[in-house]
Design a protein around this ligand. Sequence first.
Ligand code: C2E
Ligand code: MG
Ligand code: MG
Length: 390
Amino acid sequence: MGSAYRIELSPGEVLFREGDAPTTAFLIESGSLRITAQRDGVPMVLSDLGPGTLVGEMAVLDDSPRSASATALEPCVLTPIDRNQFAERLAAADPVVRALLLSQLSRYRTALATFTGHADGVATESIVAGGDSAHALDKIRLESQLRGALERRELEIRLQPILDIAERRIAGFEALTRWSHPERGAVSPADFITLAEETSLIVPVGDYVLREVCGALRRVADAVPAARPFIALNVSGRQLEDADFIERVLAQLHQHNVPPEWLKLEITESLILDYAKVNALIEHSHRAGIKVALDDFGTGYSNLGHLHRLAFDTLKLDQGFIRQLDDPRCLAIVRAVVGMASALGCDIVAEGVETEAQLHTLATLGCEYAQGYLVGKPQSLDEALAALRG
Ligand code: C2E
Ligand code: MG
Ligand code: MG
């Protein structure tokens, strides 16, 4: 019939038969094939396929026996496609896209079985619990619920205090978003922010958090006018893409009558790979009077080459370092980072400070700020106000 790279068929020659085990799919280069399936022993024509179409790919995708036969109508040239070529791409695809594809395939197979009279009654399609498709559908369900939660204002902002170590007072807060899901309980921002970032949903989520933060800044200023704490807002990659982001931030600040200096933006370290965009955001923020922090510093993307050109106001040292402060090598790194930050004119916030011993070490190293359970957990606005009143 041909080589591994090219197959030629004469008119009437069969490429594969109903019931065969699948090994390969084919791309029709020239000629045409007739696809038939038996109904009560009579071959029924399902379709005629011409150049540029795939044939036999279904059985390769779901590893089921061929549900139809393919016969050449005229001289044909085909390129065989190994199942691995599909399998690798399918494995690398978005799980939701994979679930959509496999569900369409299963729907087609059920319809075909019904048409040819091979169905033992109509099988109810279902996705196996715990499988890859179930996981994908779970994700899409969560995404729909997140859209609903946003409309019902079920996302909550928690404020985690940041301590000025030398002065022993609360200098500001970081806004951390919480979602209390009616069935799943508290969904971690690590899960739902990542999910929102996969789609454009992060834009309304980000706008919602921004509005809440500006509202919180207004309430803090009214309730405890002398305190003047800042609130730090986490910025996602998608928001960074948005050329109008800072304008929207300024509009919200203006609407709540909040000066820009009270807000700080946090950009996570993985995003500084996109140097030009981050640089534009920093410059734009500085022109507007807003400070910018580099979040999770030291977690894997620390690019010192970029750091000297990006004028961050604050470095937030990742909690991984703080957890290991009793390790001399880790201590040496933290000491060096504090020195480097001070030479660059940035202040340092140590993240995830949980013990007095860690706080003491950080104070000796000259680190300015500490954030972590020792200082306070993420809390409601009322709790934050109580903490500011002392
Ligand atoms: P992040 O910005 O680095 O926030 C610090 C995370 O460390 C928070 O987790 C906080 O609760 C946790 N943490 C604080 N102190 C301690 C401590 O002493 N020990 C330990 N073990 N953990 C501590 P959370 O709230 O789960 O947030 C996870 C990440 O989700 C945040 O990391 C941030 O990157 C992202 N995130 C949260 N809210 C938002 C948001 O509104 N927008 C965006 N774009 N990202 C957000
Ligand atoms: Mg942060
Ligand atoms: Mg962080």
